[in-house]
Write a protein that binds this ligand. Sequence first.
Ligand SMILES: Cc1ncc(COP(=O)(O)O)c(C=O)c1O
Length: 367
Amino acid sequence: MIAPRRALRDVFPYQPGKSIASVQRELGLKTVVKLASNENPLGPSPLAMAAYRKADKACALYPEGTSPELRSALARFHGVEPESIIVGNGSDEIIRLLCEAFLDPEDEVVVSQHAFIRFKQQASMMGARVIEVPMTDWTHDLGLMAQAASPRTKLVFVANPNNPTGTYNTQEELEGLLASVPKTSLVVLDEAYFQFAESIPGYPKSLPELVNKHDNLVVIRTFSKAYGLAGLRVGYGVADCELTGWLDRIRMPFNVSLPAQRACVEALKDAAFVKRGVAVSDSQRQVVARGLGELGFGVGDSATNFVFARAPIPGRELFKALVRQGVIIRPLDEYGLPHHVRISIGTAVQNRALFAALKKVLAKVPA
Ligand SMILES: Cc1ncc(COP(=O)(O)O)c(C=O)c1O
């Protein structure tokens, strides 16, 4: 066997949320509720889907590789230049491109201990040295992260709000980080859950304000969560155009499919859909948090469409037992949190199914 690169020896595949189809296949269940990947329980944006369907005739042709129409639409949406936008196959691709573009072996990357796991996975694959900084109250401690950054630090990752802890950092904290890190360190601000947090007082105004002010800041967003388009795989980064130019050079030639590009242009116009999804998430999150509390979970505050909770039994045991009841949640042992789980907020109907299943499972646990 040919040996892979040294940096890949300890790499394991990313563990995505278990799929509905796999549970149906394995257990022969008809109805399965998935609350494991923070998708939109209302489905996709209808405006986006109309454009997706209309794109069928163009599918014989390659898409435009640079996604020009989508980048122009995003540029208008955010008040920036199209050249400062890079579109990817999910925001995951942007994370990958950043690591591939900027990390030499032994370069340093600063993340916080329970940050979105793809940051450290992708950085490790480039052979970088990952410095994990402890959290404070399950929140990135941007002061400590700034202290950990040195002239050897190339990337500082901040998911805001963070997955899986659901917590967020304020504009003031972020500005403190940006003022303290070396100008040669790029701050990667991943705002996958932006729409669920933007109305919180003190939540940062990153686009276009902070990006215009700092050429060592890149902001990442996604169409997978609030727009309900996780299956299309589209995310993007916004930064100084010299930086996006490097990512553009190394991306796959046709990294975003043609129906996906067209659908996302329309999704940006569907503010009503986003608003409805956020309202459902906000009201149902309270119901879910209260219900979990009554069942003995320790539930944290969340600025997202999921809750992070300490479970009364080990997270993986709970996950397995709930799957048998047709409900998929996310255990967090991969994050070094064997007693915690992450549960996406579903519709009222889905959440009732969650609690029916939870009550059955927990009734069997000896007191
Ligand atoms: C914080 C964060 N960033 C990025 C992603 C990747 O999303 P996608 O590749 O679907 O855009 C996720 C997905 O769960 C996430 O939680």
